[in-house]
Design a binder for this molecule. Structure first.
Ligand SMILES: Nc1ncnc2c1ncn2[C@@H]1O[C@H](COP(=O)(O)OP(=O)(O)OP(=O)(O)O)[C@@H](O)[C@H]1O
Length: 269
C-alpha cells in the first residue's frame, strides 16, 4: 500500500504541447498534478488518443514538459532518470539472442558482466521459464515472450516501472495469467508502477489507485483508490461484488470522456 514517504514521481501542472503536422500547436496533456509514492501501483485510463502515453513519456524523460514540473526521486526530469524501466505493447526482445541473453543484456551493457548471467538466470526462473534459457524468441508463445520482457526489465531492479498497454495484444486467458504474474513479482518489490491501459477491469484488478483522464487534451478528471485486499487473484477478484461496484462507479466517470472522444473523432472524420 502507498506509504507517506517522499513521492518517487511528482507532476505539478505538467503540460505537453506538440506541433501538429499542419503546424498548429496541439495540447496533448494539460496541467497534470499527481504524486506517486515508492512501491505504489497506479493505473491510468482514458479515451483513445487522450494523452496517456505522453504522460509516461514525460516521466521517462523521453519528452520534456512544455510547462510545469516533472520530478523523479526528488529531481527535475531532464533526461532519462536512473532506475526506470519501460514496457510497451510490443516487446523489445532481440531475435538473435536467447532468453537468457535477452534478460542479461541490459545488465551487461551497464558493465555488470560477471553478475549479469547469474541474475538473469534467477529472473528467468522467477518468471517461470526455467528450462527455456537457451530458446530464441521465435520459439516462444506470446505469453512466454511477455515473461521474458518482464524479466528483462525487472532484472535491472527499477525503482519505477512504466507500462504502456503491455498485455493488450495477448488473448484473454494469457492476459489474466500475466496480470497475476505481474502482481506476484511486483508485490513487496518497492517498485512504483504506472500502468496505462484501455481496460478498466485490468486497471482495477492491478492498481492501488486508478487515474481517469479526460478526452483530449488530457487532464486528470478523478483519482479512485482501490481498497481491494492483496494479494489478489485476478479471476476471483472480478466476480466479487465490491469489484463490480468499483467498476460501475469508475465507469460512470470514464464513460462520459469516452463519449466525448467518440463525438470528437466522428466530427473530425
Ligand atoms: N511526438 C508527437 N508529435 C506530435 N503529436 C504527438 C506526439 N506524440 C503524441 N502526439 C499527439 O498527442 C496526443 C496524445 O497521444 P498519446 O499517444 O499520448 O495518447 P494515448 O492516450 O496514449 O493514445 P492511445 O489510447 O491511442 O494509446 C495525440 O493526439 C497524438 O497524436
Amino acid at each position: 500500500m502507498p506509504s507517506t514517504a517522499e513521492p518517487i514521481i511528482q507532476l505539478r501542472g505538467a503540460t505537453k504541447r506538440f506541433l501538429s503536422g499542419r503546424g498548429d500547436v496541439h495540447v496533448a496533456v494539460s496541467d497534470l498534478d499527481l504524486s506517486i509514492q515508492p512501491g505504489e501501483f497506479i493505473a491510468v485510463v482514458g479515451p483513445t488518443g487522450c494523452g496517456k502515453s505522453t504522460t509516461l513519456s514525460l516521466v521517462s524523460g523521453l519528452e520534456p514538459a512544455s510547462d510545469g514540473s516533472v520530478r523523479v526521486a526528488g529531481r527535475e526530469v531532464t533526461g532519462i532518470p536512473d532506475r526506470i524501466g519501460y514496457m510497451f505493447q510490443a516487446d523489445a526482445l532481440m531475435p538473435w539472442r536467447t532468453v537468457l541473453g535477452n534478460v542479461a543484456a541490459g545488465l551487461k551493457w551497464r558493465g555488470d558482466g560477471a553478475e549479469a548471467t547469474a541474475k538473469a538466470l534467477d529472473w528467468v526462473a522467477r518468471v517461470g521459464l526455467k528450462g527455456f534459457e537457451n530458446y530464441y524468441p521465435h520459439q516462444l508463445s506470446g505469453g512466454m515472450r511477455k515473461r521474458v520482457a518482464l524479466a528483462q526489465v525487472l532484472v535491472t531492479e527499477p525503482h519505477i516501472l512504466l507500462m504502456d498497454e503491455p498485455f493488450s495484444a495477448l488473448d484473454v486467458q494469457t492476459r489474466s495469467l500475466m496480470q497475476d504474474e505481474l502482481l506476484r513479482l511486483w508485490q513487496g518489490s518497492g517498485t512504483a508502477v504506472v500502468f496505462v491501459t484501455h481496460d478498466l477491469e485490468e486497471a482495477i484488478t492491478l492498481a492501488d489507485r486508478v487515474v481517469v483522464m479526460t478526452a483530449s487534451p488530457a487532464r486528470i478528471k478523478d483519482i479512485f483508490p482501490i481498497p481491494l485486499a492483496r494479494p489478489r487473484q485476478v479471476e476471483e477478484l472480478r466476480v466479487q461484488p465490491d469489484f463490480i461496484e468499483l467498476y460501475k462507479h469508475i465507469w460512470s466517470c470514464l464513460s462520459d470522456e469516452v463519449a466525448i472522444a467518440r463525438e470528437e473523432a466522428a466530427r473530425v472524420g
